[in-house]
Design a protein around this ligand. Sequence first.
Ligand code: ADP
Length: 370
Amino acid sequence: SVKQKDMVESEEQNGDLTNLDPSVKVVVRIRPINGQEKEVDRTVTKVSSDSLSVGGRKFTFDSVLDANSSQENVFQLIGVPLVKNALAGYNTSVLSYGQTGSGKTYTMWGPPSAMVEDPSPASHQGIVPRIFQMLFSEIQREQENSDGRQTNYQCRCSFLEIYNEQIGDLLDPTQRNLEIKDDPKNGLYVENLTEEYVSSYEDVTQVLIKGLSSRKVGATTVNSKSSRSHIVFTFFIESWCKGASSKCFSSSKTSRISLIDLAGLDRNKLEDVGRQHLQEGKNVKKSLSQLGYLVNTLAKETQPEKPEDVPYGGSCLTRILRESLGGNAKLTVMCNISADNSRNTSEILSTLRFGQRVKAVRNEPVINEI
Ligand code: ADP
């Protein structure tokens, strides 16, 4: 309609891409080859800014980042629109998916030392710390340019881990086996999960470092720090606006940022790991296959008639993802793959197929005004 066209044009002029941003975006990042891998084995090639080929097979996504991409490139592509959307009142989610050793941890968090060091575009800092750096500087800017109105913000966060089909509190490791509850008014929540109030970037980094250091990692032959759990960092923003300005028409907004880092998708050499790790591996595999099943269902043209027939109940992970997948959220899926194809072809193809199916999921994000 004319009105919609005007809206889009005025947003383009303002540089605000909120409404032009797809509700489900899929980005693939190819990790650089490391010391043990051989250049000759490389059969994953970036073809254009949104496509790549694997052994001659071409795949298209929203964006493809190759081994030369920097952490700042990833942040510009994923983090900047996410912060704008979150402050506009949308729920936003990032889901990182890929084989162990494909660069999920590096892309999301970066090395712990980079999280506290002064961030520069060249630093190794991952997208999560960059997101909160930007978020708090936007909040500060908004509060300084008040022109008659006053926006107040209250932010809090939680950090959980799904390990062996149990939900644990990464901010209070004594809390294990927490339950997911469904509140008719406020939706899904995890009972007794710690929530920390934060009012600066430094507060968030402390929470992140504390939570990440409690994450379960196990020794496998693929990667000695391979992650054996799914982790979800949730950040809640509540804002309310007081003041006489006509600009201040909306009174209160609430949104949440969900940052989900999945355990590695591995063709585990199960005989190489101990009994405990065997169980962990089985649980990771099971929950990732439930996730695949959920995405397959949501990607179909026709959805089950009854909402309760959408298979969210398969695992803790799928239950927790209800809002991010097929619900009220703008979702970015980050598919990480390694460039070395000779040993990892099946994992690379499986990651790319997941990315293609999830692109067909329809989310319905709305601005959450109260
Ligand atoms: P995952 O979390 O998927 O298991 P990691 O993030 O731990 O994988 O990455 C495996 C190794 O590769 C780490 O040593 C990491 O620092 C390195 N790495 C991953 N991606 C990149 C990248 N884009 N640039 C430089 N090093 C990277």
